[in-house]
Write a protein that binds this ligand. Structure first.
Ligand code: CA
Length: 695
């Protein structure tokens, strides 16, 4: 079917089977510094550069179609799986929803230990984008995990026993941790999320051995009346206006933190503003440092060495937390140590990672908020319709981003970055007419429900943006960071697809949200392998070698922001997650994961008063849709409320206003919703159930 008879690159880089046996690698700073050549997977992005490139080439463009299943592990979880598994000394470590960690024999999938941090599930509502976790860090015999409730926990790598735990956030605020910790210079680094709900973001470094705090980098300044933590914050405050600290300002760094051990610099990708609307956040002006930026920090102190702000004065939820990677590129005849990023805002950036100099920035998707990045100032040239206030303005990309957390990879052999993009991302932005910060809900300051009835920006005020006008919802781009354009492209029918892995076997692996795992030739994009796993793949695949065999592993599990808002490309309802591991000569009989059947619907009477249903619809959009889906249509990972058993509607008030299901993650909204409010939501859901039955 998909055959290639030659290895185009012909590079025999550390052919796994040529080694008599594999040495036991240490897991210290020296091992991390050399991880690029390692046949294990020692840190989130494979090695410090986080290019997700493996030198293994036993599986390559001539034999990848011979991959079969080596083993699988059912995760006993039914929400999003986003983790990058780590592999060390024959053990594979990964995480699942609610921040639990499991360790398996990497040869067989046999479970060695399982650790559950026992998160109080009633805080699940704080997670904007599902109670996911993107993985662990490993260092000197310890495994580190960030728990969704804000703890950083160190475990014994052999036993999974807890060694120490520190609370990294003010747990009375809506902070979460979903990102993987990173190791830098004997410290373990962790950020947080929460900018949608109202938070002030930061990254903290702890002593990896003891858990003692070493330093904290605040992304945005706090209330000047409380004094600034350091001169970086005093400087940042000159770019803020109004009373930004009341909601928090935002900037939460929930994903990318990488380290250059030679430069002794930590690079942090920072998040969007909180609230989203700059009108509401900062009196409509100011760059609002260090939002939406790439910030280089001195590893000893956490103080800023340089910064580059990708989206000054963010108005659109344009985080720059997306994967950062280091590479050495020859630009204008000169070797440059670069850092690369494709943040949500649609531009691909290449910067000198020592000086912070902008080397290039070009659109990788259709961008209508800007017509380019000025070479003189390094700032975006905004279109006149980009900013919104009292009218609805349609902008590309939208809050989902032209690229989100799904990791990109880079092959030094092809010189290409394999970038999972969301080409169709767009949003109708309008400021909430009467915004007031309220704990316990999203506080974006932007209308998230139906904005069609609000004043619309006149068509003639729209101007053209920049970049390819591409109707495909999602696409894998093989992006040339020198030419700053795609060398090849694979279009997908759905916007959200998995992260990528590049290997010296001239291969790129990627999963899709409709449940496939694919391999392409890294140089020309020819499809070489395609298997149906049944359940969405959002996580990036990894590869490792043991006993002369190269394995490819990936977590498949549907969830995350897209699932919560209500899109279900794989079609399966609440499917169980699974860790799949493939090897040449493995079992070719791949049985896709099946979801649960939708329950039979029976008729339930409801109040069809249009005023009640409108009220219920409005409250649902504001309070419920971010987990149970737009218009009460579940995206397939959480309960579809239209299908509830009739008896469940009888205890609706208990569930919504008394916390009857808080152990499942459903918050108690009694403080915020009246009995009548809750009843209107129920009537709205029942009307949606009736509409479904009428289909
Ligand atoms: Ca955000």
């Amino acid at each position: 079917m998909f055959t290639r008879t030659r290895s185009v690159l012909g590079l025999g880089v550390l052919l796994a089977s040529a080694l008599p046996c594999f040495p036991l690698y240490a897991q210290d700073s020296a091992a991390l510094a050399n991880a690029a050549q390692n046949s294990e997977w020692l840190t989130y992005g494979h090695d410090y550069a986080e290019t997700r490139f493996s030198t293994l080439d036993q599986v390559n463009d001539s034999n990848v179609a011979e991959l079969g299943v080596a083993w699988t592990f059912d995760t006993d979880s039914f929400r999003g799986l986003e983790a990058t598994p780590l592999v060390h000394d024959g053990v594979i470590y990964a995480t699942r929803p609610w921040s639990s960690v499991f360790a398996l024999d990497a040869r067989t999938g046999e479970k060695l230990w399982d650790y559950d941090p026992q998160v109080d599930k009633s805080i699940g509502w704080k997670a904007c984008c599902d109670v996911v976790n993107r993985g662990v860090a490993i260092y000197e015999g310890k495994i580190y995990v960030g728990a969704i409730d804000g703890r950083l926990i160190a475990l014994d790598a052999k036993t999974g026993k807890e060694l120490w735990s520190v609370v990294t956030v003010d747990q009375s605020r809506p902070y979460t941790i979903t990102g993987a910790p990173r190791i830098a210079d004997g410290k373990v680094l962790i950020g947080n999320g929460g900018s949608e709900l109202g938070a002030r973001g930061y990254v903290t470094a702890y002593d990896a051995e003891t858990g003692a705090e070493a330093w904290r980098f605040w992304v945005v300044p706090g209330n000047p009346a409380d004094g600034f933590e350091n001169p970086d914050m005093e400087f940042a405050a000159t770019t803020w206006f109004g009373k930004w600290w009341e909601v928090g300002g935002g900037g939460t760094s929930w994903d990318s933190i990488i380290y250059d051990p030679e430069a002794k610099l930590v690079y942090v990708g920072t998040g969007n503003g909180s609230p989203w609307s700059r009108e509401l956040r900062s009196a409509g002006k100011g760059d609002n440092l260090f939002l939406s930026s790439i910030v280089a920090l001195h590893v000893d102190t956490g103080r800023v060495a340089w910064y580059y702000q990708t989206t000054p004065g963010d108005d659109w939820d344009f985080t720059a937390v997306q994967g950062l990677m280091q590479a050495e590129l020859v630009i204008d005849g000169k070797e440059r140590k670069v850092i690369m990023q494709a943040p949500k805002n649609g531009f691909f950036y290449v910067l000198d990672r020592i000086t912070g100099e902008l080397l290039s920035a070009e659109p990788y998707a259709n961008v209508t908020w800007a017509t380019g990045i000025s070479k003189e100032t390094g700032r975006p040239i905004e279109t006149v319709h980009a900013r919104y206030k009292d009218f609805v303005s349609t902008v590309m990309p939208g809050p989902g981003g032209a690229h989100n957390w799904h990791p990109m990879s880079y092959s030094p052999l092809t010189g290409l970055v394999y970038l999972p993009t969301q080409q169709g991302s767009r949003f109708n932005y309008v400021k909430e007419p009467e915004f007031e910060y309220q704990p316990g809900k999203w506080n974006t300051g932007v209308v998230l429900g139906n904005s069609a009835a609000l004043p619309q920006r006149p068509q003639e005020e729209y101007v053209e943006g920049v970049g390819p006008v591409n109707p495909t919802p999602g696409a894998l781009l093989a992006w040339d960071p020198l030419e700053m354009k795609p060398r090849w492209q694979i279009d997908y029918p759905n916007s959200v697809n998995g992260g990528t892995l590049a290997t010296a076997g001239n291969l790129v692996f990627q999963g899709t949200s409709d449940g496939h795992l694919l391999a392409y030739a890294a140089d020309d994009g020819q499809k070489l392998w395609d298997v149906d796993l049944g359940v969405a793949v959002m996580a990036p695949p990894i590869t490792y070698a043991l006993d002369g065999k190269q394995y490819v592993s990936v977590l498949a599990g549907w969830g995350g922001a897209t699932a919560l808002f209500g899109v279900n490309p794989a079609g399966e309802y609440k499917p169980e997650g699974r860790l799949w591991t493939f090897v040449i000569g493995g079992d070719k009989n791949i049985v896709p994961v099946k979801g649960q059947p939708y329950p039979e619907l029976t008729k339930v009477e409801f109040n069809d008063d249009p005023a009640v249903l409108q009220q219920g619809s409005d409250i649902f959009a504001e309070r419920c849709a971010m987990c149970h889906g737009r218009n009460a249509q579940s995206g397939g990972s959480l309960a579809d409320l239209r299908y509830a058993a009739p008896a469940t509607y009888d205890i609706f008030q208990n569930i919504v206003r008394e916390g009857a299901y808080s152990g499942l993650g459903m918050p108690n909204l009694g403080e915020y919703l009246s009995e009548q409010d809750a009843d209107s939501i129920k009537q709205f859901i029942l009307s949606r159930r009736a509409a479904l039955m009428a289909q």
